[in-house]
Design a protein around this ligand. Structure first.
Ligand code: FAD
Ligand code: NAP
Length: 339
């Protein structure tokens, strides 16, 4: 089936903030051939190409004068299995959480802490998705991307991806690499990460004392369901700001004024502050102006109560940044990709 090109399409169903902007052109890619056809089509029509997955890390602030290509490629395959270590590959358009569940059902561990993250496999390397002490770099075995500058395919190893906290080469070079499929090295022998936040406590509450990877996934899903707004009910893009990395000296200074400040030591000597704590302490939790707001239960999440525009959400985010900078001398960086 060849590429189905549509004109002037509302992107409201294609971004989890539920912001209503239009794409000049829109198409879905179900194969590598569709991707190449879309790139050619964008050139022909004289517009840029913007690739999206599940739209769960986007803030759309205006109509998009581009061909928006939604990755809908599907396919999961095991590439190697030595009885302990299994390399599994998934196409970019595979929805992330069902992929995680599929690996668990095959008896493979490694992705359980990343359960219930919205979006697609292809977008996961963009910001090296992470949760509960695990990032995809910890289980990454490679990916194949299309170089939009040359049209050539390139395989990337772990070292070539520049993965860092919510960052990667692909984020640093926006619009250059179109990720087609991603590989993960998972394990038939479980090495569970339970020491983060409330994971172990939740397992205990659930009466699980010898957890499996599937138990960990269930516990994390239950914590997330309680704490985070479901985008199907209340528009949001997850954490709106990254947790800022600051010096130990700055933390010591802040602690004299805020003894209960939350900060985590990093391997490189820096300290990570909980951005949600700063925003809550500054009084923004539950704030609402028109339909743009700060979630009642989690101050790190901006929400759209219905008809907020991307600009209203951006304006609110900028006010929060300014306030946090003035109060704590800490600069917050926005996490979602803005267009
Ligand atoms: P999109 O939002 O569609 O795109 C994100 C960026 O990637 C855009 O710049 C887009 O151009 C680019 N892109 C998308 N697909 C491709 C591709 N195939 N090739 C090249 N570029 C591409 N994130 C975390 O890290 N941890 C969490 O725990 C987490 N929890 C969340 C909870 C909620 C409720 C929500 C709404 C979001 C959360 N997120 C989290 C953010 C988001 O889900 C992830 O960043 C996710 O990987 C985005 O995937 P997506 O397919 O929706 O990407
Ligand atoms: P939380 O458990 O309330 O913790 C608050 C913050 O403290 C988190 O942001 C986390 O940083 C940090 N933290 C907690 N325990 C830590 C530890 N043992 N060591 C180091 N840092 C620690 O956070 P939450 O909001 O409920 O989110 C839970 C997890 O899901 C977090 O990992 C978070 O990143 C992830 N998440 C991400 C998004 C997103 O959109 N990016 C959305 C929802 C949840 P880190 O964020 O660095 O882990």
């Amino acid at each position: 089936m060849s590429l189905q090109l549509q004109r002037e399409v509302s992107l409201k169903p294609f971004n989890t903030f539920g912001v209503d902007v239009r794409a000049r052109l829109f198409a879905e890619a179900h194969s590598d051939a569709d991707v190449r056809q879309a790139l050619a089509c964008a050139v022909e029509q004289g517009v840029p190409l913007l690739v999206i997955g599940g739209g769960s890390n986007l803030l759309l602030t205006a109509d998009i004068p581009a061909l928006v290509l939604r990755m809908a490629t599907r396919g999961i395959r095991i590439l190697s299995d030595d009885g302990r270590r299994v390399v599994i590959e998934a196409e970019a358009g595979e929805p992330w959480h069902p992929f995680v569940q599929h690996t668990l059902a095959q008896g493979l561990s490694g992705l359980e802490n990343l359960s219930l993250i919205p979006g697609t496999v292809g977008a996961a390397p963009m910001q090296n998705i992470g949760a509960y002490g695990v990032e995809i770099k910890d289980v990454f075995a490679g990916l194949t991307a299309l170089d939009r500058q040359t049209g050539e395919l390139r395989d990337f190893s772990l070292d070539e991806c520049n993965f860092a906290y919510r960052d990667s080469l692909f984020k640093q070079q926006p619009g250059r690499w179109l990720i087609l499929r991603v590989r993960f090295a998972l394990s038939r022998v479980e090495h569970l990460h339970l020491e983060y936040g409330p994971v172990r406590q939740r397992l205990t509450e659930q009466g699980v004392d010898q957890p499996t990877a599937t138990d960990v996934s269930r516990a994390i899903c239950s914590i997330r369901n309680e704490k985070l707004p479901d985008p199907a009910v209340l528009g949001n893009a997850g954490s709106f700001f990254k947790n800022p990395l600051v010096s130990a000296a700055q933390v010591a200074r802040l602690k004299t004024q805020y003894p209960d400040l939350v900060a985590y030591a990093q391997p490189d000597g820096q300290m990570k502050l909980a951005a949600g704590w700063l925003i809550e302490r500054a009084g923004w939790k539950g704030f609402r102006e028109a339909d743009a707001g700060v979630h009642k239960a989690q101050a790190l999440v901006l929400v759209n109560y219905g008809e907020a525009t991307g600009l209203q959400l951006l304006n609110l985010a900028q006010r929060i940044q300014k306030d946090i900078s003035e109060r704590f001398q800490v600069e917050l960086e926005m996490e979602p990709n803005r267009y």
